[in-house]
Structures are given as structure tokens and as C-alpha cells.
Write a protein that binds this ligand. Structure first.
Ligand code: G4P
Length: 533
């Protein structure tokens, strides 16, 4: 038997996604706490990156020890090896999050019961839906007076376009929050603020007419629970695991993360439900996790994780076979052999050098500058994994070196941070020194300046440029493509992969070019396989 096969079924690799402030950090921490991976609350500091200034953002990264933008936390629980990938909540770092979602097999969506579905919830779910990633949902902050749970469910179904199946159901909310009823196990889990529940606080209920229900909840709440359950069973079909695994239905849990309430049930259920490593699509073929030969892809690069060592770490998702320390592999884009003497696994607060890693695992490999995001590593097969695109930036600037004496540091910093995906850099084929910077959010511009200065000792300034759209493009006929590149040379730049990108000043300008060139297809991601513009 393939040695990777046994660990394969046990692994579950998922990302926690949410709008900032919904409680993602709190839940991550509580999952680690219940999973036995950490022992004191407070070990994972709240991100708060929704409000953070750039230096706060970097400070927070340091404070947490595990970076906000790169956290991978592995631990063993319930017979499974669990890998949680933390993703930045801030919209300015959405590219990072989208790439992170390419490296997981399922997602946990956190919704604030007071606010309901928010803007980031929508965009993140959209990405999951495109990839058919199974989503479990935790509706948080039931200890606060929030929206009616039925209303929240309606919103999720309507706005996120996904079917629902409540696994637990809240009894009261805010000050009258009494706990949740587990619809599958027919148990009432009683809530006491701030406390971790004792076994006696779980009450098994024979049916909804059980006198225990009345005794524990009082008449009004017991009656409401009965009415709610009757309504739910009329509206939502019974839970079907296949529908969840296909991304059609999300099982829904309710609780209060800050009060440790509902998290252990969530973790136990995820251990049973969450999918093992799934097949991954490459441009050439689908790669199954139980294949003997190793394959994996780099979905993230982080330079200077440890400022004292100035190292650069490439995050590798293992897709098939096993990755072994010191074994020689093939770096497809570079066409070169590659081996790692110290592949690293990330634990809750630590990292350790490992001998082998298996599908579903995310490991860090020391990178001396040879990797780029999206690179595939194999045992010799020339395949390229898909799903790690660059997204069309929305903000553009010329970038200039503000300290000519530090030209070398400036170039190195810019190249490395572009490869890391902090910003996108475009240049003119004939003038490689004229660089145009593209970002999705304003905060990325500030992060670039901060990191250039603090990590490379270089200073950069931005100058306005009249651009608002970028599109990658293809044509079936290479001659048509060549003629277009020639004709539009003034508007065409190249990205760091060497791909041509058409720049437009306005939607109108782009639409006109598109209408005049029907033989070309235009894309808003570098992958050229996603939606056409
Ligand atoms: P995020 O990572 O999604 O941005 O959210 P985070 O966990 O940082 O939580 C955002 C705020 O919500 C925090 O409060 C946190 O304590 C609070 N919170 C999380 N879970 C619950 C819950 O179940 N009930 C209630 N009432 N609050 C919850 P804060 O005041 O912004 O920060 P802090 O001072 O508590 O750290």
C-alpha cells in the first residue's frame, strides 16, 4: 500500500473565512484550545486588521508570532490530522486569501449573528463556490442581541446562493441565550457565560415533548424551540453529506466563540464530516491524492518571516504522493532539480523540521529566490497546477526609487515582494526600469513601503498614472496575437511571469478595444481559464 494512503484519509485541511470582526481569530484560538494544541486562551491575538494601520498590521504579525497573512496551524484531534489555514480578513489582502483557498479542501465560514451576511462573506463564498469547496458555517455571538436566526439563515441562503442544513439550533439569544439544541443528536447543550461546559450541562432529550425541555428552558423558550424545529423541518431537507461535499449545502452551527460555546461540537462534527484531501486540477490533468508520485504547488511565499535570519519561505501544498526530506524533486517552471534539507511543518505556535509530509499537508520550504507563486514541484512530470491566479489590480502607480544610493536593495526588495505577491509589478518590455505597480487595496501600497524600508533598507515613492484596468489576453491564432501586441504596444506591459497585459484608462476604452478585436479573449485573472472579461 502506498505509505501516503493511511494518513490521507485522516487529514483535513481547511481555511476559516469571514468578514473582519466576526470572530475568526477567537474561533481559531478556541479550535486550537479544544484540539489541545494550545493551553491558554490569548495565545492567538486578535487580528483587528480591519482597522489596522500598516504598522499595526506588521506589529500584529510579530505579536502573533504566526503571521496574519501566512498562518498554518496543524494539530491532531479525533483521529485526524487537522491543518487550519488562517487567511487575512482584510479586503486589501484578498488575493492572499483567494490563493490560500486553493490550498485547502474545505472552508469554515464564520458569520456574526448581529451583522449577518457582510460584504467579505459574499466575495469569499463566491470563490469557494467557483471551486466547489465544501463550506461549514458557524454563526457566532449568540450571546448578543442579534438578528433572528431564521432571518440569518434566509440571508445566507439568498445572498450566498447555497443550501442550508442547521445541525444545531439556538435557544434564545442575547441575554436570554440558553444554549443550542443539537438536531442530530437530540441533545440540549446548556449555556453558562464564560464557562466551559461540564458533562452535566448536556441534556439528552427523548423528543420535543420531553418534560426535561420544559424544566431546563421554561415554557416560553421550550415552546419557541418546538415551533422553530417544526418550521425548520418543513423548510430544510435532512442533512446530506454528499450535498455538503459538493458545495451545494452548508451545515450550520450556532454558538459563542468568546464563551467557548459550540466550538467543541463544531470541531467534533468537522472531524466526521470534513473531506480528506481532494483531487487537484492541473492544466494537463487531474491529480488524485492517492497517486504514488509526489506533486505539490507553491501557493504563497513569505520573505523575512524571521527578521534575524532574513529567510524566505515558500508554502507548499502537497497534492499527491509523499514529500521527503533531502529527496530530489523537479521544479517544473525552472526545469531544474530541487531538494529540501529542512522542510518545515507548522504547529499551532511552533514549527518543526519533518522527514515526510503527505497530501493535505502544507509545509514551508526555504527558498533562495527560485520559487514563484503557482510553481509546481513533481517527481519529474511536467504538470502545472491551476487555481493560483493573479487578480487584476484596481489601483495603479508608477513606482520610483527614492534613494538612488540604494538601487540594489530597491531592486531586490521589489522583485522579492512582487514574487511574494504583496504587489504586482508590470514593466515595458523595452524599458524594464520603468515599473508600474498594481494592487487590489490601498493598504498594500503602504505595506510595500513599510517592508521595503524595514526589510531591505530601501525607500520607494509612488507617482500617479492614468490606468484603471488590466487584462490578460489570448488568441487562437498566434499571428493575430502578435499583431495585437504590436498595434497596442503603447498600452501593453508584461507581468513578472512574462505574460502580456493590456492596460486601459477606463472601462469604456477597454470595451472599445475588446469590441474591435473579436478574435481575442480577455481575462481579469492571469490564469486565462477563469471568467472572460
Ligand atoms: P476577527 O478575527 O474575525 O476579526 O474577529 P475577532 O476574533 O478578533 O473578534 C472580533 C471581536 O468580537 C472581538 O472583540 C472578540 O472578543 C469579539 N467576539 C468574538 N466572539 C464573540 C462572541 O461569541 N460573543 C461576543 N459578544 N463577542 C465575541 P473586541 O472587543 O473587538 O476585541 P477584544 O478586546 O475582545 O479582543
Amino acid at each position: 500500500m502506498n505509505p501516503a494512503q493511511k494518513p490521507l484519509k485522516q487529514r483535513m485541511t481547511f481555511a476559516i473565512i469571514s468578514h473582519p470582526d466576526s470572530g475568526k481569530t477567537t474561533i481559531t484560538e478556541k479550535l486550537l484550545l479544544f484540539g489541545g494544541a494550545i493551553h491558554i486562551a490569548g495565545a492567538v491575538k486578535s487580528g483587528k486588521n480591519s482597522r489596522a494601520s500598516v504598522s499595526d498590521f506588521m506589529e500584529i504579525e510579530k505579536e502573533r508570532g504566526i503571521s496574519i497573512s501566512t498562518s498554518v496551524m496543524g494539530f491532531e484531534y479525533g483521529g485526524r490530522k487537522i491543518n487550519i489555514l488562517d487567511t487575512p480578513g482584510h479586503a486589501d489582502f484578498s488575493e492572499d486569501t483567494y490563493r490560500g483557498l486553493s490550498a485547502v479542501d474545505s472552508a469554515l465560514l464564520v458569520i456574526d449573528s448581529v451583522k449577518g451576511v457582510e460584504e467579505r462573506t459574499r466575495s469569499l463564498c463566491e470563490v469557494c463556490r467557483m471551486r466547489r469547496t465544501p463550506i461549514a458555517t458557524f454563526i457566532n455571538k449568540l450571546d448578543r442581541e442579534g438578528k433572528d436566526p431564521m432571518e440569518v439563515l434566509d440571508e445566507v441562503e439568498r445572498e450566498l446562493g447555497i443550501g442550508l442544513c442547521p445541525i444545531t439550533w439556538p435557544v434564545g439569544q442575547g441575554r436570554s441565550f440558553k444554549g443550542v439544541y443539537d438536531l442530530q443528536k437530540k441533545q440540549l447543550l446548556l449555556f453558562f457565560p464564560g464557562e466551559t461546559r461540564k458533562p452535566a450541562d448536556t441534556v439528552a432529550i427523548k423528543d420535543l415533548d420531553d418534560p426535561l425541555l420544559l424544566e431546563k428552558l421554561g415554557l416560553p423558550l421550550a415552546k419557541k424551540l418546538k415551533d422553530d424545529i417544526a418550521l425548520l423541518s418543513g423548510v430544510y431537507p435532512p442533512f446530506n453529506k454528499e450535498d455538503y461535499l459538493e458545495g451545494r449545502v452548508t451545515p450550520v452551527f450556532f454558538g459563542s466563540a468568546i464563551n467557548n460555546f459550540g466550538i467543541s461540537e463544531l470541531l467534533d462534527t468537522l472531524c466526521v464530516l470534513a473531506p480528506p484531501p481532494s483531487p487537484k486540477h492541473s492544466q494537463e490533468r487531474v491529480v488524485n491524492p492517492d497517486e504514488d508520485k509526489f506533486t505539490g504547488f507553491v501557493f504563497k511565499i513569505h520573505a523575512n518571516m524571521n527578521p534575524r535570519h532574513r529567510n524566505r519561505v515558500a508554502f507548499l501544498r502537497i497534492c499527491s504522493g509523499s514529500f521527503e526530506r533531502n529527496k530530489s524533486y523537479y521544479h517544473v517552471r525552472a526545469g531544474k532539480p530541487f531538494r529540501s534539507a529542512n522542510p518545515t511543518a507548522f504547529m499551532a505556535q511552533d514549527s518543526e523540521i519533518i522527514e515526510a509530509a503527505f497530501p493535505g499537508d502544507i509545509i514551508g520550504i526555504n527558498d533562495t529566490g527560485s520559487f514563484k507563486i503557482g510553481d509546481t514541484i513533481t517527481e519529474g512530470e511536467a504538470i502545472n497546477f491551476r487555481g493560483i491566479p493573479s487578480f487584476a489590480p484596481q489601483i495603479f502607480r508608477y513606482i520610483v526609487n527614492a534613494d538612488p544610493l540604494k538601487e540594489k536593495q530597491y531592486k531586490r526588495g521589489l522583485d522579492q515582494l512582487a514574487e511574494e505577491g504583496v504587489v504586482q509589478i508590470f514593466s515595458r518590455p523595452q524599458q524594464p526600469n520603468v515599473r508600474v505597480l498594481g494592487v487590489v487595496g490601498q493598504l498594500q501600497l503602504e505595506v510595500l513601503q513599510y517592508r521595503m524600508e524595514h526589510e531591505y533598507g530601501a525607500k520607494c515613492n509612488y507617482k500617479p498614472i492614468d490606468l484603471s484596468l488590466a487584462h490578460w489576453f489570448t488568441a487562437a491564432d498566434p499571428k493575430v496575437l502578435e499583431a495585437f501586441i504590436d498595434e497596442q504596444s503603447r498600452r501593453i506591459l508584461v507581468d513578472i511571469r512574462g505574460e502580456h497585459v493590456l492596460m486601459s484608462e477606463s472601462v469604456w476604452q477597454f470595451e472599445r478595444t475588446k469590441a474591435n478585436n473579436p478574435a481575442l479573449s480577455f481575462y481579469s485573472t492571469s490564469e486565462l481559464s477563469g471568467e472572460t472579461a
